[in-house]
Design a binder for this molecule. Structure first.
Ligand SMILES: Cc1cc2nc3c(=O)[nH]c(=O)nc-3n(C[C@H](O)[C@H](O)[C@H](O)COP(=O)(O)OP(=O)(O)OC[C@H]3O[C@@H](n4cnc5c(N)ncnc54)[C@H](O)[C@@H]3O)c2cc1C
Length: 437
């Protein structure tokens, strides 16, 4: 077996980071304090500052330390985790349609922001192929395509197994569906680009400075940080999967879940073209699934999922990744891993992201692993709500977001549920293989 690299994030090695400018002293009072320097916090801070507010952003580590530099960079309207059937049965057709349309608005917003702010981040909407693991999954996905085209206006189409090789160099799936509006970005470039624009707009960014305590004060909130205390008219929590007791209002409503990612490469141009003939990003059906995509330079592949997370020894993670990858691409049996890393996503009990005002602070998060497009959009929407601007509403505003009962036990419960889902997925595959024997 080839040696496995130490833990290192692919994007950090493929993005030039400008030196961090030193920040001034912490002021005594500002309009808004933003906690967390990922997509959500930076997007919110940028919009607030452009609207004339004084904004200070505190990041416990350095900009983009959290999921915003660790993700797969896959963007799109983001189908809901409940799936269309689940969404419609939970909320009814009208609300389900509004939630899914909001995903398209989010993607339009991201595209326009990247264009108008001239953020160089390799955004390319090459489409996504989602492989169906079983014939039943294929039938259900094809029906979902029809529904999405009719109700949401989303360009999607089903690809039968007989034509699958035009989309992917694999015979593992039983056909699949193409989502034309999806694609990829270099998330590290995006987060650094947002930080640069936020600074230009006047946001004071303080790296390596955690917010340690929030307390109601006569004229707003007293914000205690590693480097001093200030008063804010409003506070935004943008800590998502990195929330803890210091960002309690968000932490008590989400479950942080560690997920893994790895990069394989460099691969030959011929092999890359075979694996993904249209340079699409990829996903698959199933309860616990793998996602994968070519890197923006077209030389490597990034794979990720709920396996190979940081808690496991490196050798075990290598084994978990290799097993999942070669099931789809036997061609990659001996291909070298160049990177392996992990990061935290934030899950919610209703499988929906949320934004709003809770426990005296503003917050946005709980993207359930699909947050690149949404977090940038939610950050801006949250800013609009704080400012009382028009066009602040979203289809997510009226979804209840109560604290999770027995929250300390939730990570263990989520791990047990994932294990149970994996067993059900394995059972589905065994059944499929028996039927095709
Ligand atoms: C491995 C992986 C792959 C993923 N792939 C995809 C994908 O392909 N497509 C997709 O749409 N989504 C993906 N996601 C999800 C996506 O990355 C996140 O939803 C998104 O980045 C969330 O951004 P955020 O700004 O809300 O949070 P983060 O980027 O996590 O930022 C939170 C920040 O808060 C800081 N912080 C925490 N506490 C404090 C404090 N007390 N004081 C100051 N700062 C604090 C943290 O240091 C952190 O930097 C993936 C996530 C992971 C982990």
């Amino acid at each position: 077996m080839l040696p496995f690299p130490g833990e290192r994030i692919y994007w950090l090695d493929h993005t030039e980071a400008p030196p961090e400018p030193s920040t001034a002293a912490i002021p005594r009072r500002v309009d808004v304090v933003v906690v967390g320097g990922g997509f959500t916090g930076l997007s919110c801070a940028l919009h607030l500052a452009r609207s004339g507010r004084t904004v200070v952003l505190f990041e416990a580590e350095s900009i983009g330390h959290g999921a915003s530099s660790r993700n797969g960079g896959m963007v799109g309207p983001g189908l809901h985790k409940l799936g269309i059937t689940g969404l419609v049965s939970t909320y009814g057709e009208t609300k389900a349609t509004a939630i899914l349309r909001e995903g398209l608005l989010a993607l339009d917003y991201l595209e326009e922001l990247v264009r108008s702010e001239r953020i160089d981040c390799d955004l390319a909407l090459t489409g996504r192929f989602r492989g169906a693991r079983t014939p039943a999954h294929y039938e259900a996905s094809a029906r979902e395509c029809d529904w999405l085209a009719k109700h949401v206006g989303l360009p999607t189409h089903a690809v039968p197994k007989s034509e699958q090789r035009t989309e992917i160099g694999s015979d593992f799936y039983c056909g699949g569906t193409v989502y034309e509006r999806d694609g990829g970005v270099n998330p590290r470039k995006l987060v650094l680009g947002l930080a640069a624009r936020a600074r230009d707009a006047g946001v004071a960014i303080h790296n390596n400075c955690a917010v340690t305590r929030l307390q109601p004060a006569a004229t707003g909130t007293e914000v205690q940080t590693d480097r001093g205390t200030l008063t804010a008219g409003a506070v935004v929590l943008a800590t998502n999967g990195y929330s803890d007791g210091r960002s309690r209002a968000l932490n008590r409503r989400i479950v942080p879940i560690e997920t893994g990612a790895s990069a394989i490469g460099p691969l030959s141009p011929g092999l890359m073209a075979e694996l993904t003939p249209k340079a699409r990003v990829h996903g698959e059906t199933g309860r616990v699934f793998m996602w994968y995509r070519p890197t923006p330079d077209g030389r490597s592949f990034i794979f990720g999922g709920r396996f190979g997370a940081g808690g496991m020894p490196l050798a075990k993670r290598q084994w978990a990744f290799r097993r999942a990858i070669t099931r789809v691409f036997p061609q990659l049996h001996d291909a070298p891993f160049s990177h392996v890393w992990s990061g935290n996503i934030a899950y919610t009990t209703d499988h929906s992201p949320h934004l709003g005002h809770h426990d005296g602070v503003w917050l946005a998060g709980g993207y359930c692993g699909s947050g690149v497009t949404r977090s940038v959009y939610f950050g801006a929407k949250l800013a609009r709500r704080i400012l009382g601007q028009s066009d602040a509403e979203t289809a997510f505003d009226d979804l209840p977001f109560a604290p999770i009962t027995l929250r300390p036990l939730a990570p263990m419960g989520a791990a047990m549920l994932a294990r149970w889902y994996q067993m059900q997925d394995a059972r589905d595959l065994r059944k499929r293989d028996r039927q095709t024997e």
